[in-house]
Ligand binder design. Structure first.
Ligand code: NCD
Ligand code: ZN
Length: 348
């Protein structure tokens, strides 16, 4: 069999992205819209998106930031707090303003200060979501400072997620941006209500990337990249063909001066060449024939949404990734900066 030179798949969706707001939103929206038909837009603005009204206004700002003629559809989410109101969630879901709700354990990551301190406080919200079929998206890391940061995902699964799945057997749950063998195994062995997203960077990097010749802030995100054996397990899950795993970039732009700092922000800006990065990983795994299911089919199936009919084409034409991209009066350093990727998205 010769080497593939062209890949044609249904247009993919991004089931986890940070589009930010204001000038930064206007700088990054087109990168996501270039590749993806839809995206689940994270609500961790300051202040977070907690009401249907705020989601509607934010959705309009996203639409206003898109290039002329873009058909991109932002799917909005509600940020769960200790005060999450089941009626507001249901109203927002019914009105199509909240596709899902996001659970950030308080202080787990960027802009999560308003997150949930104790799952008990949101039980009524979860019960309602279960009843109305509204998915719960989980940032699965414990926040205890006495737990090693590399163990926080696995400990979350043991301490919180296992019980959550048991107590809410009908609630659809996405464990976002999985990074460990434990997470891949948990999702694989759970029932059909549990799925996971996989990022391009967790397929490409292990924790050596954080220290490659020096401290590397642009490889820093949360959950932090793990040992090689975990990267291998996450890759195997993504390319396995299991419908439980689908594309979610977790593209999380921070201006370069906020990354290259004494206390640098967590987040990798992978939106510019996300689909090219996934294609590269799938090819390395000899699984290009499974890219379409992962990128374009498993997500809509889980969310109960139609698949995209439009198609995209990738060609084996190398692209050199920019070392820096202008944004919001500053710059963003994209994932794979300065590297050459073997695939290029050409508009279908
Ligand atoms: C995200 C961000 O910057 O908003 N950062 C990240 O490293 N992924 C927050 C998050 O989703 O954890
Ligand atoms: Zn995220």
């Amino acid at each position: 069999m010769g080497e593939a030179t062209r890949i044609e798949i249904r247009r993919p969706d991004d089931w986890h992205v940070h589009l930010r707001d204001g000038e930064m939103l206007r700088a990054v929206a087109s990168y996501t819209a270039r590749q993806f038909a839809r995206a689940i837009v994270m609500p961790n603005l300051v202040p977070p998106v907690t009401t249907a009204g705020a989601a509607e206004a934010y959705r309009q700002r996203v639409l206003d930031a898109l290039p002329e003629g873009s058909g991109f559809v932002p799917l909005m989410t509600c940020y769960l707090t200790d005060h999450a109101d089941p009626d507001e969630l249901a109203r927002g879901h019914e009105a199509g303003l909240f596709t899902a709700a996001k659970l950030y354990p308080a202080h787990a990551t960027t802009n999560s200060a308003f997150g949930v301190t104790d799952l008990a406080t949101i039980r009524p919200a979860l019960e309602r979501m279960q009843r109305i079929g509204m998915p719960l998206l989980v940032h699965g890391e414990v926040t205890d400072r006495d737990i090693d940061i590399f163990d926080r995902e696995a400990v979350y699964i043991d301490r919180i997620l296992t019980g959550l799945v048991r107590d809410f057997p009908e609630l659809r749950i996405v464990l976002e941006h999985i990074t460990t063998a434990e997470a891949a195994a948990f999702v694989e062995s759970a029932g059909p209500t549990v799925a996971a997203t996989v990022t391009p960077h967790h397929m490409a990097l292990n924790r050596n990337a954080l220290f490659e010749g020096g401290l590397r802030p642009h490889a820093y995100c949360l959950p932090v990249v793990k040992r090689e054996r975990h990267r291998q397990a996450v890759r195997k899950a993504a390319v396995s063909g299991s419908a439980k795993f689908f594309l979610g970039t977790d593209s999380a732009p921070h201006a370069v001066e906020r990354k290259e700092a004494d206390c640098g922000c967590a987040g990798i800006f992978n939106a510019p060449y996300a689909i090219e990065s996934y294609a590269t990983a799938f090819e390395e795994e000899g699984a290009l024939d499974r890219l379409e299911a992962f990128a374009s089919e498993n997500g809509p199936l889980f969310y109960g949404l139609p698949r995209n009919e439009e198609r995209i084409v990738l060609e084996r034409v190398p692209i050199e990734v920019e070392t820096s991209l202008p944004a919001a009066g500053s710059a963003l350093v994209p994932f794979h900066a300065g590297e050459t990727l073997p695939w290029r998205l050409v508009q279908a």
